[in-house]
Design a protein around this ligand. Structure first.
Ligand code: NAD
Length: 302
C-alpha cells in the first residue's frame, strides 16, 4: 500500500527535468556537434494552439535547441502542409517534428501524422511508434508526451517497478488513455481501462492504487471514489467561467475534486501545475532523445 500524503508539484519536477535536458544538450553538442532541432508546424490561428506552439518553441530555445516554428495559413491545402513536413523530414538539422492539433477540417489528420518521419515523430502519434509502444519496445519508440510525463511523475514517487499495484486509466483516447495504459502495463501494473461506457466506475476506482483521469469532465472524480493511500493523477483541463465582482473570468480545473481527493489519497496532482508542465518537458526530452539516436549518443533517462 502507498503511504504518506503529498501534493505532486509538476512545475517543480518539470523544471528539474528541463534543467537536466539543458546540461545533457550541452554535453551532446560538445561531444558530437549535433544540436537537437525541433520544428513546430501550426496551420491556422486557433488561439489555444498559438499559445501552445509559442510555449513549445520558447522551451526549445531555453533547452539550447535549434528551434523553428512554421505558421501556415488556415486555407493551406493538405498537399502544401504535407510538402512542408516532407522538407523537414529531409532536413538533417531537425530531429523532432510536431504538427499542432487540431488541424482545419479540410486536412486529414491521419495522413499528416503518417507523413511525419517515424524517427522524428516526437509526439509519438505515428502508427509505427504506436505499434512499438503496444509491443513494449520502449527503447526505440517515442512515447506521447502527456502519458510519458505522467509516467515520470509516477516513477519519481513509486519507483520503476509497479508490480502488485492496480491502476485504472479513465479515458481511452489515442493521445492519453491508451498509451498511458500501455506504459503502466509495461511497469508491471495490473491495468483497467475505463471510459464513457463503463458501469460503476467509482466501484472500480475505490479498489485501485493508481488512478489516472483523462476525460475532460470538471471534478468528475470525487473524494469517496478514492482508495485510502492511492495516487491520483489528474490529466483533465477544463476551462470554467467564474464571476468576480460582476466580471467574467476563466479558471482551469481538473477532472478530479482535488481537495476531496487529498483527504483519502497519498498523492494527488493539482490542476493547473500538475501534469500540464510535464507535457512540454517530455516533448523536449523526446527531441533530445531523437538527436541522441541520430548522433549515436547514449539517451539520457529522466
Ligand atoms: P478525449 O475527448 O479524446 O477522450 C476523453 C475520454 O474520456 C474518452 O475516451 C471517453 O470515453 C472518456 N469519457 C468521457 N466521459 C466519460 C465519463 N463520464 N466517464 C468515463 N469516461 C469518460 O480527450 P483527451 O484528448 O484524452 O483529453 C482528456 C482530458 O485531458 C481533456 O480535459 C484534455 O484537455 C486533457 N489533456 C491534458 C493534457 C495536459 O498536458 N495536461 C494533454 C492532453 C489532454
Amino acid at each position: 500500500m502507498i503511504t504518506k500524503k503529498k501534493r505532486i508539484d509538476g512545475q517543480v519536477i518539470a523544471r528539474d527535468v528541463i534543467s537536466s535536458i539543458q546540461s545533457e544538450t550541452k554535453k551532446l553538442i560538445q561531444e558530437t556537434h549535433v544540436t537537437p532541432g525541433l520544428a513546430v508546424i501550426l496551420v491556422g490561428e486557433n488561439p489555444a494552439s498559438l499559445i501552445y506552439v509559442a510555449s513549445k518553441s520558447q522551451k526549445a530555445n531555453d533547452c539550447g535547441f535549434h528551434s523553428i516554428q512554421r505558421t501556415l495559413p488556415a486555407d493551406s491545402t493538405e498537399e502544401e502542409v504535407l510538402n512542408h513536413i516532407r522538407k523537414l523530414n529531409d532536413d538533417q538539422t531537425i530531429h523532432g517534428i510536431l504538427v499542432q492539433l487540431p488541424l482545419p477540417d479540410h486536412i486529414n489528420e491521419k495522413t499528416v501524422i503518417q507523413t511525419v518521419a517515424a524517427e522524428k515523430d516526437v509526439d509519438g502519434f505515428h502508427p509505427l511508434n504506436v505499434g512499438k509502444l503496444g509491443r513494449g519496445d520502449l527503447s526505440s519508440t517515442f512515447i506521447p508526451c502527456t502519458p510519458a510525463g505522467v509516467m515520470l511523475l509516477i516513477r519519481r514517487f513509486l519507483g520503476d517497478d509497479l508490480s502488485g499495484l492496480n491502476a485504472i486509466v479513465i479515458g481511452r483516447s489515442n493521445i492519453v488513455g491508451k498509451p498511458m495504459a500501455h506504459l503502466l502495463l509495461n511497469a508491471n501494473c495490473t491495468v483497467t481501462i475505463a471510459h464513457s461506457q463503463t458501469n460503476n466506475l467509482s466501484k472500480l476506482t475505490r479498489i485501485t492504487d493508481i488512478v489516472v483521469v483523462a476525460v475532460g469532465q470538471p471534478q468528475m472524480v470525487k473524494r469517496d471514489w478514492i482508495k485510502p493511500g492511492a495516487m491520483v493523477i489528474d490529466v483533465g483541463i477544463n476551462r470554467i467561467v467564474t464571476s468576480e465582482h460582476g466580471e467574467r473570468k476563466f479558471r482551469l480545473i481538473g477532472d478530479v475534486d482535488y481537495e476531496g481527493a487529498l483527504v483519502n489519497a497519498a498523492y494527488v496532482t493539482p490542476v493547473p501545475g500538475g501534469v500540464g508542465p510535464m507535457t512540454v518537458a517530455l516533448l523536449m526530452a523526446n527531441t533530445l532523445a531523437s538527436a541522441c539516436r541520430f548522433a549515436g549518443y547514449k539517451i539520457p533517462k529522466f
